[in-house]
Write a protein that binds this ligand. Structure first.
Ligand code: NAP
Length: 235
């Protein structure tokens, strides 16, 4: 079994890479980074540089990974030098909004566009995407974070739509969105603290739970939005 982790340099992504490198039934792990190649080394592991907004580079990546069992997209953007999540609508910045869409939504659509041939050989495969509970429309109680919420809600629609298409054309593949919990990474760092009240997990904890979910998924699970504890989240 071969695994691809897109965004393997992130907090949760790198913990997923470690998990699968240590799993006995996994033969190879390909992991991508954008800027700095992580120092993690393993005989199963190959690092590939990839900007997820670059479709040509995406096509090249899949040309070098012809046979995959699990594809996991762990990239994400919540804040950057150029912007941070909006507390109110008057803070909305069109460029920051589009950056969120490019990284949080479009990346998954581009991966799916080029990944299908690589998933065809496996008798059971998984296409898993790290979404976020804040992308659930029915769960939205607090408001705010327009760019991130909208990009994750659009990601959820992309996952659901892909699951419908691949049910017909790639019936062995489970396409799912996963919520990792609130995890102590660079992405969450400015927003977690005693005041946030959120229960915090380490990347290793969250990745362990998510990986356990991924290895148990069956084709009939396709189209689910699943939290780290295995419960379903309403879209
Ligand atoms: N942490 C949480 O509490 C939390 C909660 C809910 C959902 N999530 C979701 O979980 C996922 C992982 O989050 P995390 O906390 O592990 O974040 P993180 O540590 O900030 O990692 C983000 C990853 O995204 C990559 N990335 C961003 N823009 C990219 C681009 N244009 N091209 C290629 N890679 C790009 C980064 O690559 P480089 O580092 O190489 O730049 C990094 O690998 C995200 O989708 C996030 O929305 C996280």
């Amino acid at each position: 079994m071969n695994v691809l982790v897109v965004g393997g340099s992130g907090g949760i992504g790198q913990a997923l890479v470690s998990f699968f490198c240590n799993a006995v039934d996994i033969e190879t792990v390909t992991a991508t980074y954008r800027s700095n190649k992580p120092s993690l080394v393993n005989e199963k592991l190959k690092w590939v540089a990839l900007d997820v907004t670059d479709e040509e580079a995406m096509a090249e990546l899949f040309a070098s990974c012809p046979d995959l069992t699990y594809i996991i997209n762990a990239v994400g953007l919540l804040h950057a030098h150029e912007g941070k999540p909006e507390k109110t609508i008057n803070k909305l910045d069109p460029d920051f909004f589009m950056d969120n869409i490019r990284v949080n939504t479009l990346s998954t659509l581009l991966i799916a566009k080029h990944a299908k041939p690589a998933l065809k050989k496996a008798s059971r495969s998984v296409f898993a995407v790290l979404s976020a509970r804040v992308g659930s429309i029915s769960d939205n109680q607090l408001g705010g974070w327009y760019s991130y919420r909208c990009s994750k809600a659009a990601l959820n629609m992309a996952v659901k739509t892909l699951s419908v298409e691949w049910k017909r054309t790639l019936p062995n593949c489970a396409v799912v969105a996963l919520h990792p919990g609130t995890v102590t990474t660079e992405l969450s760092a400015p927003f977690v603290g005693k005041k946030s009240g959120a229960k915090l997990f380490t990347s290793a904890q969250s990745a362990g739970w998510l990986a356990d979910i991924i290895v148990d998924l069956q084709a009939e699970d396709t189209g689910r939005f699943i939290a780290f504890d295995g419960s379903d989240i309403e879209w």
